[in-house]
Design a protein around this ligand. Sequence first.
Ligand SMILES: [Zn+2]
Ligand SMILES: [Zn+2]
Length: 465
Amino acid sequence: MEVLLLGTGAADGWPSPFCRCLSCDDARTRGEVRLPTAALLGDHVLIDAGPAVPGAVARAGRSLREVHHIVVTHAHPDHLDPALLLWLSWNPTPHTVHVWGPSSVAEACRHWIGPATPVEFHDIGPGDKITLDTPDGLWRAHVHAAAHDAEPFGGSPDALAADAVVLEIVDAHGARLLYLTDTGPLPQATLASLRDASADIVLIEETFGDHIDHRTGHLDLATLPSTLGALRAAHAIAPGANVIAVHLSHHNPPVEVLRARLADIGVRLVDDGTVIGRPTRTLILGGARSGKSAEAERRALRFTDVVYVATAAPRPGDAEWAERIAHHQARRPTGWATVEGHARLTQALRAATARQAIVIDCLTLWLTGVLDEAAEHGDWDAVDRALLAAAAESAAKDLVDAIAHCPATVLIVSNELGMGIVPMSASSRLFVDLIGRLHQQVSAVCDETILMVAGRPLLMDGGRA
Ligand SMILES: [Zn+2]
Ligand SMILES: [Zn+2]
């Protein structure tokens, strides 16, 4: 699930406009500005819709044109600015925008919509399980009670926050997000219904820092660790999940102090505008024994679910080859699933899930397999070269498409063959041409391309990133 953090700040942002405290002035000096908390999930789901959302979306180079669902946790002004629906009526989307929230949300928006605003409201409350129909498939959201009160807004009207909710969202690929703001320590009923939620990404509020006598429905540096502990004990958070602090106010210590203290409890601090949860695709090129496979394996180690695609065709009777394969196998963790043979690569990519990492080792042997198949008896010189090239190009098109649409993290190893002398044989020259072209196509859909030299990675310029 790709999550764009539009804001990570509390209601008044951090720095707070009228404040000159140490935390605010430190943030100003650093130019670190945190707007009220909201998140854009992929292109189609917006969580919370405060006044800073339009600017934050524009600053990220994105738009809300493709948003089909806006889920609002409660009607406090930092989470809901009904004017957003007026901007929508000025540029109506061809599709209906569904706004989900406690009943106070629809109530607050009433005066901001006209007959032509393409919007539909849906009341939600604790215990509801809703389906979000998006162009990417069906998402699901489970609504839970927050522990939030209205005190920071003068206590009136307190109905506004008494109905606040926290959210558990599962995308069409099964990736899970917990969105836990604004809330104090979670009610027992919420903890019980979050049991086994096993979230991959957790956005959890940390409003008050060392101010623990705020008497509001928010977390601070005393109640955040205990709340996380309760969530972890209930398996609501997956091992290795990305846990990020949001709804940060200037009651927190200066940002670097806060960053260190949050790191102690496994929580990250990120800037507004950060994108998390996007599966990354990496192409790792290198010569023989450059360390390229080891680099791919090292990057896959932080995943618990790894599929290793060994694209080599078996070579019966070749002892030296068998020894190489055995050496590679011995280095890999035993829990990794292995898929063998070039023909099963695109299938493995298309069957992958968001939680997996796929290691492809390697494209060179994959292309060899494709050409061997096209040449029937493996004798490339006996076949028309145009026919071989056509077979390679059609297989490459399919492969590049599968890589580009794979929801998993993909690590692709290949041999950089283009830097030696021009080969003597015509079929070898064709192979070098084809693999070079394939590398360019794959690199174009990767976030990064790396060249390994003597066991060290050189990050190349270019690629999707
Ligand atoms: Zn808030
Ligand atoms: Zn609130």
